[in-house]
Design a protein around this ligand. Sequence first.
Ligand code: NAP
Length: 309
Amino acid sequence: MLVALVGIGKIALDQHVPAIAGSPDWELAATVSRHGSVEGVEAWDDFTAMLEARPDIRVVSLCLPPVPRFAYAAEAIRAGRHVMLEKPPGATLSECHALQDMAREMRVSLFATWHSREADKVDAARGWLSDKTLRRLTVTWKEDVRRWHPGQAWIWEPGGLGVFDPGINALSIVTKILPKPIHLSGAVLKFPENRQTPIAADLAFAHPDGAEVTADFDWRQEGDQIWTIEAETEAGTLVLSDGGARMTVDGAEAGTEEDAPLSGEYPRLYAAMARLVRDGASDVDLAPMRHVADAFTLGRREIVAPFEE
Ligand code: NAP
């Protein structure tokens, strides 16, 4: 299948281009970007012109930041194209619902991707937790924003999500591995006094069985980076670390190779998109984004030291 990649920035070059190149399902037929391009691939800077000139490209993969993404997605769907969205699927929940309605009407596939759900041990963790009684779940997602988002002004602007840009990855895993749904019960959001989005957040969730569920997101972490989810159950403690790449149960390595066919998060996403297009289906799960929206609705705001790059 031919695919056009839109927004040639960090994630497009780091992950999408190699995943497409390594896939038997896909061929990168065009890029659309104001500044970026991929060597040897037809490059456009005008999305409308590309859609008109290349009716043979049936699939568009959008790697833009969340705020500009809706207009591109809506235009692609109206032009009858199948659309793959980077995470988070939009700047607001309403935008995402509107895209779902449009995709249904136009009979095209819409895929709201959550790359962290494709990390190696996430399916194994889901399987292990499926018949356990949860007592406590603790998310610790602490990374250095200067290391992972250098020069990205949009993450500090409204709709850029701040620390929820990585934090939503943790929530995408939690909402996949927990057998029972949770909802936010309280939050503290820490905004640098010179920024529009939080640099840290503490979240608490209500669980139907009363398990204690919390998340600690922080972008001020220097040294070791921590992307860990710890789930304490009546039958032992599962720890998913390195963003879902490693799993232990009571300290012993767990999860087998068979739990994770294909290699890598983005190859799995593109394989899933190929299946959705073939099946005429869509996959839009907004649960991770709902929790983030709830945190902005319910969160207590604290002002912390200004952030300078
Ligand atoms: P980025 O490099 O800052 O932006 C991607 C590209 O989008 C830019 O190079 C730019 O290309 C285009 N763009 C930016 N603002 C635009 C606007 N207002 N209108 C039109 N085009 C615009 O961001 P990124 O890190 O790749 O992240 C993009 C998305 O991927 C985000 O939603 C992020 O959460 C997600 N993601 C990122 C990572 C990561 O490690 N960085 C990992 C997983 C997912 P042109 O200037 O050439 O048009």
